[in-house]
Ligand binder design. Structure first.
Ligand code: PEP
Ligand code: MG
Length: 615
């Protein structure tokens, strides 16, 4: 999707004058996560004030509050050290600007006056950690600003602001509050932030937002998945951007190339506008594929479905001509709310989606909590703990948590089963690693169905299929055993890549190591696919890999015929399918699977264009 800034006045004139008065143009590179070009003024979400609910504590809580403060300090230090280590990728003049600032921040969370003062306020003033940090940073900032005998007023103001900024960081980490509010986001702005949580991304209004660029984040993290789903041009992992760009600065975000230009010159702006037009034309051309079938040149039908992150995507899914929803990530229902949705709340949402799909199947995945998908309502309700363990991705995630909280799973199954009265539905279990998990979930599923029938609820006569995600190496390698218990497989290449290569999918630091085309990942996909095909069991790929048209030939060659992806990717993948024939795909897949060198595999994908393989 392409966005330009809005036109309350003349946008071209506004861009021109911004370009004229601006500092020199600066280019940044990051990770291209959502295609399209955006031109607009920077909205500096980093400036949002941290909210502090003032609270007093009991003397018995002093130790606990002090530990909370210690934990927030450790977390803040981790964030700042990470930012510091990534400065190396910036041009030298930019490094010279940011590095001293980060050093000052790091010093302030060391054994500093700020930290000592905040601790004293907890123990002597008996106030909560966030109240203590807020009061101490305000008082310190005021002291700095009113210091006599120092002629440099601007310098004093800057130092006071640094103290307030570190206070805000500590408070954000203490309160685990959504990182920022988007209420004031002006239409057509480019959102720039240090990082965005998936729950923050879910709050963005794609109709108002031109683009997104953040310092942190990886290609297939859940935030990236959300931004693609919303169709907002986005570049993540742009080191130093949130420190360099100031609110109102003009930016060009190229979500296809992974570049961001700050203070673009008139020539850069003109070029960006040409790209906006070209991208829109290409989208129009691809839109024409909507009504054409996804069939290979030798007549093999391929199922192309959409992933759904947020109900706001339903119109996009209809426009893309998806043959149903292959993955409804139900996490959105639990995000940005204070209470856990009950059976009726969930049923209403599922029913709306099922009815909107007009007879095309909808695969609803039960809640995949854990890892980067943290959900406050579940914490407030005491259902899940605050994630403090150092390895949340290897902890209580997905089906593991649901089997510990069976009421949550029962409620969700009940809502899904009731939705099955309105159209074809499938239920999907996330993060499976053992056969026992599937058996336990199926027992609950059957029990819930019996209970609903006793209650006189309408559900599909034949129980909807219950399938599993294949997204851990453990599940992929025991796919033959799991295939005997599950009704279908959905291969989640995002987590499969992360767990196979031990690379966090959302971490910029190791983004270069995150490679879904690594032979080990491909071998696991092939093993799981073959296990399913032997039993003639439905199998699909619903990870981000499915949306890459350069990989379609390989996946068809391995034997896959069903793919689910963000809606806007469907036309390109359909175009690829319609240019391929299955024999050639199978030959290509054999050649690729003989390779053990990731670079050679990547080269094979890029080196032989789709048209070369078309019959
Ligand atoms: C995956 O892991 O590939 C997947 C589709 O699930 P999610 O991205 O929601 O973790
Ligand atoms: Mg997953």
């Amino acid at each position: 999707m392409n966005r330009t800034s809005p036109a309350p006045d003349d946008p071209a004139a506004r861009e021109r004058s911004a370009a004229e008065r601006s500092a020199a143009e600066r280019s940044f590179t990051g990770i291209a996560v959502s295609p399209g070009v955006a031109i607009g003024p920077m909205f500096g979400a980093v400036e949002a004030p941290a909210e502090v609910v003032r609270a007093r504590i009991h003397a018995t809580d002093i130790t606990a509050e002090t530990s909370r403060l210690e934990a927030a300090i450790a977390q803040s230090r981790k964030q700042l050290v990470k930012l510091r280590t990534r400065l190396g990728v910036l041009p030298e003049d930019s490094q010279a600007e940011i590095a001293p600032l980060l050093d000052a921040y790091l010093q302030m969370i060391g054994p500093s006056r700020l930290v000592r003062g905040a601790k004293k306020r907890i123990t002597e003033g008996l106030v909560s950690a966030e109240t203590a940090v807020f009061d101490e940073s305000e008082s310190l900032a005021e002291q700095i600003q009113s210091m006599a005998g120092d002629g440099d007023r601007a310098g004093r103001r800057r130092r006071a602001e640094e103290v307030r900024e570190i206070g805000r960081r500590l408070i954000r980490n203490l309160t685990r509050a959504p990182f920022r509010s988007f209420a004031g986001l002006p239409a057509g702005a480019v959102l720039v932030a240090e990082f965005l949580r998936p729950a923050d991304a879910a709050l963005l209004d794609p109709a108002r937002l031109a683009g997104v660029a953040t310092d942190d984040g990886g290609a297939d993290g859940h935030t990236a998945v959300m931004l693609r789903a919303l169709g907002v041009p986005a570049v993540l992992g742009v080191a130093g951007l949130s420190e360099m760009a100031k609110p109102g600065d003009m930016l060009v975000v190229d979500g296809s190339e992974g570049t961001v230009v700050l203070h673009p010159t008139a020539a850069t702006l003109a070029n960006a506008r040409r790209q906006v037009t070209a991208f829109a034309r290409e989208q129009q051309r691809l839109g024409k594929l909507r009504r054409l079938p996804a069939v290979t040149t030798d007549g093999e039908e391929v199922e192309l479905q959409a992933n759904l992150e947020l109900p706001a995507e339903l119109p996009l899914i209809a426009q893309a001509g998806a043959a149903g929803i292959g993955l409804l990530r139900s996490e959105f229902m639990f995000m940005n709310r204070e209470t856990v949705p009950d059976e009726d709340d969930q049923y209403d949402i599922y029913r709306t989606v099922v009815e909107a799909m007009e007879g095309d199947p909808v695969t609803i995945r039960v809640l995949d909590w854990g890892g980067e998908k943290d959900i406050e309502a579940l914490q407030s309700a005491g259902i899940v703990p605050v994630i403090t363990d150092p390895n949340p991705a290897l902890g209580l995630r997905g089906i593991r948590m649901l089997l510990r909280q069976p009421e949550l799973l029962e409620t969700q199954f009940a809502a899904i089963l009731r939705a099955s009265a309105h159209g074809p539905v499938r239920a999907l279990l996330p993060m499976v690693t053992t056969v026992d998990e599937v058996k336990a979930a199926r027992e609950i599923y059957d029990r819930v169905a019996r209970r609903l029938r006793r209650r006189g609820e309408r559900i599909a006569e034949k129980l909807p299929p219950l399938g599993i995600m294949i997204e851990t190496p453990g599940a992929a390698l025991s796919a033959d055993a799991l295939a005997l218990e599950a009704d279908f497989f959905a291969i989640g290449t995002n987590d499969l890549t992360m767990y196979t290569l031990a690379v966090d999918r959302a971490d910029t630091e190791v983004a270069d190591l995150y490679d879904p085309l690594h032979p080990s990942v491909l071998r696991l996909i092939q093993f799981a696919t073959e296990a399913a095909l032997r039993l003639r069991m439905p199998v699909s790929v619903c990870g981000e890999m499915a949306s890459n048209p350069l990989v379609t030939r390989l996946l068809l060659g391995i034997g896959l015929r069903s793919f689910s992806m963000h809606a806007s990717a469907i036309p390109r993948v359909k175009q690829a399918v319609r240019a391929l024939n299955i024999d050639d795909c199978a030959r290509f897949a054999r050649k690729v699977m003989e390779q053990s060198d990731p670079a050679a595999i990547r080269q094979m994908m890029l080196g032989e264009p789709e048209s070369a393989s078309a019959a």
